[in-house]
Design a protein around this ligand. Structure first.
Ligand SMILES: Cc1ncc(COP(=O)(O)O)c(C=O)c1O
Length: 405
């Protein structure tokens, strides 16, 4: 970028456009353009071999035959009714609770849903709580709204509700209200932890007691490979305290850019105020809906078996390469493995050695609100790479970790 030329616009920019925040180094950035990573364990990208090409071609044809012009004009601000109904049906069948279309607003992926929650709730300087670590993309979304982000540690049961309460109390003492508590409930990104039922009840009770909202992100909930599902916060909530986001990115394709936000009926129109985009993807919403009506549950089963195998192969190679020197998470679902590096590992040297071996991963600090903690952690995604790439890449990574000690 030509910095001098860009500076000409500074006086015109909004305060939000000018907000600065820590941007931790990503290992992807270490690669030159000429030398791209061969072992891509960085982003949460779905398996490219899982995309249902033929079925999507058929769904596209059906949409054009059955809906014609309807598919090609501006859409309803709340989204395509067929997809809103499908979200209700999926929620009943997979998550075990009832919602109506009046709770559902279709968005451009769940990142957009999270940004809409911020539009609804945040002014600069407001306080929010997130898990620490948490998904770097969500942190970047939140940072754009200028809140104070306070990170709350997790343990094996999920977010530490005792520490959440401490922060809620402290904010109340300062005369402030925490605007929301952001949590990734299942197979948390990056730690892989699923919040226990007990913690879910505790969090809801706190939200009610301290008059705040729980922002429940469930980007991976459908992709469970072991263990038993736990009821959703939105499904458990009796006090209208939860906004819940979901996505088709992980169960169909990220490129369809479709997700949703579930909200109490009274709140949904207030969120819709911020949807001035002519309706989210009316055409692709129909294609996805036609496809999913026929194939969703079978496709989810296929995805579960693909990712279960990838998870198991990655874990097996990590255990073989690092033994008990490292702490390695064992997620019941989702895309990620979170690794605490063996004591004495130099994170900068590891990054250099891994880049030489053309391995991309995400260093820990990207997932912390202050952009600094977690230097002794890395996150690996097993979703994109093939089984052979996982085997080779993880062996090379373990070699690099040993060398970086
Ligand atoms: C926890 C979590 N939430 C939200 C998203 C956003 O996904 P999308 O905008 O594609 O729905 C991701 C993507 O990786 C994620 O990991």
């Amino acid at each position: 970028m030509d910095i001098a030329a860009a500076a000409r616009y500074e006086s015109l920019l909004s305060r939000r456009a000018s907000l600065t925040f820590p941007s931790p180094r990503l290992s992807r950035a270490a690669f030159s353009e000429a030398q791209s990573p061969r072992y891509l364990f960085a982003g949460g990208f779905p398996d490219p071999g899982s995309f249902p090409y033929q079925e999507l071609i058929e769904a596209t044809r059906e949409v054009m035959e059955h809906e014609g012009a309807q598919a090609l004009v501006y859409g309803h601000p709340l989204g395509y009714m067929g997809l809103r109904e499908l979200v209700c049906e999926k929620t009943r069948r997979l998550e075990g609770f009832e919602i109506s279309v009046d709770n559902v607003l279709i968005t451009n992926g769940s990142s957009h849903a999270l940004a809409l929650a911020c539009d609804l709730l945040l002014d600069p300087g407001d306080v929010i709580l997130t898990e620490a670590p948490t998904f770097s993309g969500s942190l970047n979304t939140f940072r754009r709204y200028g809140p104070e982000i306070i990170g709350i540690p997790l343990d094996t049961e999920g977010i530490r509700t005792d520490l959440v309460e401490d922060q809620l109390k402290m904010a109340a003492r300062r005369g402030q209200k925490v605007k929301f508590i952001y949590t990734i409930v299942n197979f948390q990104n990056p730690t892989g932890v699923t919040m226990s039922l007990r913690r879910r009840h505790e969090l809801l009770a706190l939200a009610e007691r301290y008059d705040t909202i729980v922002l429940e992100d469930d980007a991976y909930g459908e992709l469970r490979y072991s263990g038993e599902p736990v009821l959703s916060l939105f499904g458990l909530d009796r006090a209208g305290r939860v906004l819940r986001t979901g996505t088709l990115s992980k169960i169909l394709a990220a490129g369809v850019r479709l997700g949703w936000i579930l909200a109490p009926k009274e709140l949904l129109p207030r969120i819709a105020q911020f949807k001035t985009d002519g309706g989210t993807n009316p055409y692709v919403s129909r294609v996805a809906t036609y496809y999913l009506r026929r194939h969703m549950y079978d496709h989810i089963e296929v995805l579960r078996s693909i990712y279960r195998q990838k998870r198991d192969v990655m874990l097996e190679r990590l255990y073989a390469g690092l033994g008990s020197d490292a702490e390695i998470s064992h997620p019941d679902g989702g895309f990620f493995i979170w690794i605490r590096l063996p004591e004495g590992t130099d994170p900068e040297r590891l990054l250099a050695l891994a880049t030489e071996r053309r391995i991309a991963y995400v260093p820990g600090p990207a997932f912390f609100p202050n952009g600094q903690d977690g230097t002794d952690y890395i996150r690996l995604a097993f979703s994109w790479a093939s089984l052979d790439e996982i085997r080779q890449g993880v062996d090379l990574l373990c070699e690099a970790i040993r060398e970086a000690r």
